[in-house]
Design a protein around this ligand. Structure first.
Ligand SMILES: [Zn+2]
Length: 628
């Protein structure tokens, strides 16, 4: 997810672009050339016009806290919000894992897109015109692919509501899916022939080889294209911002051609192949449509199939999403984790043995994703629709309200049998505690440890010791990486100054005037840049520097930004500024004096009297200065 783009890290706005060089003898030549970087004014204008909170909100549930917004970090699993977004400063920062940056880097990190694509997308959102040369081929390619999926969705929709779709519409009726729901989720129908979509795409002059890359159509050995989805109810799969990334297709009953026409049984469900846009197991069906309801309700429902998802939406549970033809994976749960501020997920299971097994497996996955899971168990033989249809909506509601926490389920399954030996009990407890190791929410973990102790008949104190010791199964909690900060007092003073300089132009100017920057042991380069930025622009975007600062400093800058300044604080800051400048100035003088002494000794040794006099004079001057 945190994949880096192929663009230069230090100058991310420089990329390679294809440029139309001009016409020669009636032919277009395509050459590769380095495009000019995206002009700074454009970046500044976009930053000024888009709200970073708004850009974040499809991905992270944020709430206002002081002058900032906070939420659960989308880059690491956590239960207590440490992800801070500052609209005024235009940057985000996570106190948990240290990730930070501006609105552009947020998109590049979260979506794995290039810097130019992030700029292009935000420019479109802000209504800022991009220079022609700044268009990014990777972005254009993706835009083409999204357009293709969009075309295909339009075609399938037309087929569903046209003459060819009568059987599909009857199926929807049988499953009690209303037309308005079908339209809201843009359901469609892929006809049973082998060239409907292919012909439609051809008529739209769409590139068929790209459609084949997306798995919409296939290519025969003779070079002929054919439709991949046939006689299927089509479910467009979107990303969190609503773009179609792929399709799921359910084979419809009563197919005119036999199910085994090609000599093999056709799969009941067929999903788009993995492509640039679609990664199996990394998306959830209906998340885009469910997002608002998830935030409103503070919970999310997770079901196995499209039809179950639509049924629950039909019964008013808009906060429902479906896994897509894969076993529930931690990637999908992490995706959910980003959409909910409460971290509560209700997972629907069948009431049979397989369902109970699935629930047991789901618990460690939820823990790993930082979610609190509950299991909704439908009686054997029912799905959400048939259950609500038979027993009424209220009964479905009751089933949901009584959803059992997944840990109860897990502990019950793993608890030692009555009369188990001390050794067996300890073994079972060890395994259960191992699952909890990756939990970052220490309060919740403590509560679960108490439960294990009671249920497994072991001492709680032993369990707690076990939970912090190394020899346990399960994942180790990964401590966020901290960049090493040398403990030397001068470097300490330098980092304090950096912080002050980022927050306040005046402070930066005073550091510059003190002439101490060349004496910085570690941060002279960054300090020089900060001063130059203030001098040049009169304004400074801290986000461009946050990434390069040590974690602790970035954290403090972010906190300082989020806070209103009190008078006392201003005073304290002034004191700190003076102290740090003095500390570095003293160190600077001390090393100057030592240098002089060395030179003095050298001159003495050589018998260089003129040199000796000169240096003695300087040393006296400096000592006088020190007395001031
Ligand atoms: Zn984080």
């Amino acid at each position: 997810m945190l994949s880096r783009s192929s663009f230069c890290d230090t100058h991310p706005q420089v990329g390679v672009f294809f440029t139309r060089a001009g016409y020669s003898k009636g032919r277009t030549e395509w050459v590769i050339r380095m495009a000019a970087p995206i002009p700074e004014e454009i970046l500044t204008e976009i930053r000024a016009r888009v709200s970073i909170v708004e850009v974040n909100s499809p991905y992270v549930a944020l709430r206002k806290a002081g002058r900032s917004h906070i939420g659960l970090c989308p880059f690491h699993g956590e239960n207590t919000p440490s992800f801070s977004v500052n609209d005024e400063g235009g940057f985000f920062h996570c106190f948990g894992c240290g990730v930070g940056g501006n609105v552009f880097t947020f998109l590049t990190r979260l979506e794995g897109i290039s810097f130019p694509e992030a700029v292009r997308r935000l420019a479109a959102k802000a209504g800022v015109a991009m220079p022609q040369a700044a268009k990014d081929p990777q972005a254009q390619e993706r835009a083409r692919l999204y357009r293709l999926n969009e075309l295909a969705a339009t075609y399938f929709q037309r087929c569903l509501w046209g003459n060819a779709g009568s059987m599909a519409r009857r199926y929807l009726q049988d499953r009690r899916i209303s037309q308005s729901i079908a339209e809201r989720f843009r359901l469609g129908y892929a006809p049973s022939g082998s060239e409907g979509l292919t012909r439609f795409l051809t008529s739209q002059q769409a590139p068929l080889e790209k459609a084949a890359e997306l798995g919409l159509i296939g290519k025969r050995e003779g070079g002929q294209y054919y439709d991949k989805f046939r006689h299927r109810l089509m479910f467009p799969i979107t990303d969190v911002v609503g773009r179609i990334i792929g399709f799921g297709g359910r084979l419809l009953p009563m197919a005119q051609e036999s199910n085994t026409s090609s000599g093999r049984t056709l799969p009941k469900y067929l999903n788009s192949a993995d492509s640039v846009l679609y990664k199996k197991g990394a998306s959830l069906y209906g998340l885009f449509q469910a997002k608002e309801a998830i935030q409103r309700q503070g919970r999310v429902f997770l079901v196995e199939g499209y039809i179950d998802q639509l049924a629950l939406v039909q019964y008013g549970y808009d906060e429902t999403v479906a896994v897509l033809g894969t076993a529930l994976g931690v990637e999908q749960l992490k995706l959910l984790h980003r959409s909910t501020s409460s971290g509560e997920v209700y997972i629907f299971f069948d009431g049979d043995e397989a369902g109970r097994k699935a629930a047991t497996r789901a618990f460690p996955l939820c823990v790993e994703a930082g979610l609190r899971g509950r299991g909704v168990f439908l009686p054997q033989g029912y799905d959400p629709d048939t259950f609500a249809h038979k027993h009424g909506k209220a009964a479905l509601g009751a089933l949901i309200e009584h959803a059992e926490p997944l840990e109860d389920f897990y502990f019950r399954q793993h608890a030692p049998a009555v009369g188990a030996s001390a050794f067996q009990r300890s073994q079972a407890a060890k395994e259960a505690v191992g699952v909890l190791r990756s939990m970052t929410d220490v309060v919740a973990r403590g509560a679960l440890l108490t439960q294990i102790a009671q249920r497994f008949g072991v001492s709680e104190e032993d369990l707690r010791r076990m939970a912090t010791s190394q020899d346990l199964p399960g994942k180790q909690t990964q401590a966020p990486r901290e960049r090493p900060v040398p403990a030397a007092t001068q470097v300490g003073a330098e980092t304090e100054l950096l912080q002050l300089m980022l927050l306040d132009r005046q402070a930066a100017m005073r550091v510059a005037a003190a002439g101490i920057v060349p004496a910085f042991q570690q941060w002279s380069e960054l300090a020089t840049e900060i001063i130059a930025t203030w001098q040049k622009a009169g304004a400074l975007d801290p986000s461009t520097f946050l990434d390069r600062l040590p974690r602790t400093i970035a954290d403090r800058v972010t906190r300082a930004y989020a806070r209103e300044d009190s008078e006392g604080e201003e005073h304290a800051r002034e004191q700190l500024l003076q102290d740090c400048i003095a500390k570095i100035r003293n160190a600077q003088r001390r090393s100057g004096r030592e240098q002089l002494r060395r030179e003095l000794q050298e001159a003495e040794r050589r018998g260089d009297e003129a040199g000796l006099r000169l240096r003695l004079q300087r040393l006296q001057e400096q000592n006088a200065h020190k007395e001031e």
